[in-house]
Design a protein around this ligand. Structure first.
Ligand code: MG
Length: 211
């Protein structure tokens, strides 16, 4: 009997848009997010250094505004039904986000207890500006998702993602669902993946392949 586990990204994966990118653009000094983001996408600046610099440019008194900003962000369709499907098959789901916990927990709200784990970047807000506090910092990533994966027991890892922060996790996973930029990065590496658009696509694929 196989023991699968699902590792899902959050921003642009569970949420419809890349909420974290939107947040960085809205709260960091004008132009800084665009400048650093294009360097991160081109992989000339590490996620660890770029995202840290952006988050630490935001004043700590923005916490409540960030919560308000996070609330209306829509979830991609089929996510609650996907969780129903996983629960019926006893397959755990872990959310691994390179974004900030404040935002992830605000958007997920009542879905959070249905996850086996939720990993995201924590912020220290006691100083004038945010200070990044990640439990899983890697060489190039602020949230080393492969590190998080190794804390769980499984014999089949399923990764779901949409962008550059999911690249290493996807390369390490047994089965990958990729959309948007992540699909392009994987094409370049010749790594197999299943293209997806919403969580019904993923559920339907697994129904077919697990039966
Ligand atoms: Mg993402």
């Amino acid at each position: 009997m196989q023991k699968p586990i699902v590792f899902s990204d959050f921003d642009g994966t569970i949420t419809l848009h890349d909420t974290f990118v939107e947040l960085l653009k809205a709260f960091s000094p004008p132009g800084l997010a665009e400048e650093l983001m294009s360097q991160m996408y081109a992989q000339t600046l590490t996620l660890r250094d770029g995202v840290t610099q952006l988050l630490e440019s935001i004043p700590s008194d923005q916490v409540l505004n960030i919560i308000e900003f996070s609330k209306p962000h829509p979830i991609r369709s089929g996510f609650p039904e996907f969780l129903d499907f996983l629960e019926a098959r006893n397959v755990p789901c872990v959310v691994v986000s390179g974004g900030i916990r404040l935002m992830v927990e605000t958007v997920l709200a009542d879905l959070k207890p249905r996850l086996l784990g939720l990993h995201a970047v924590d912020l220290d807000t006691t100083g004038e500006y945010f200070k990044v506090n990640s439990a899983h910092v890697g060489d190039t990533e602020l949230m080393a998702k492969v590190d998080v994966m190794s804390n769980y027991e499984f014999d089949q890892s399923i990764a779901i993602g949409d962008s550059i922060t999911d690249f290493k996790m996807a390369m390490a996973a047994d089965l990958v669902f990729a959309r948007d930029r992540l699909a392009k990065y994987l094409d370049e590496q010749g790594k197999d993946y299943v293209a997806w658009n919403d969580f019904f696509d993923i559920r339907d694929y697994l129904i077919q392949h697990w039966s």
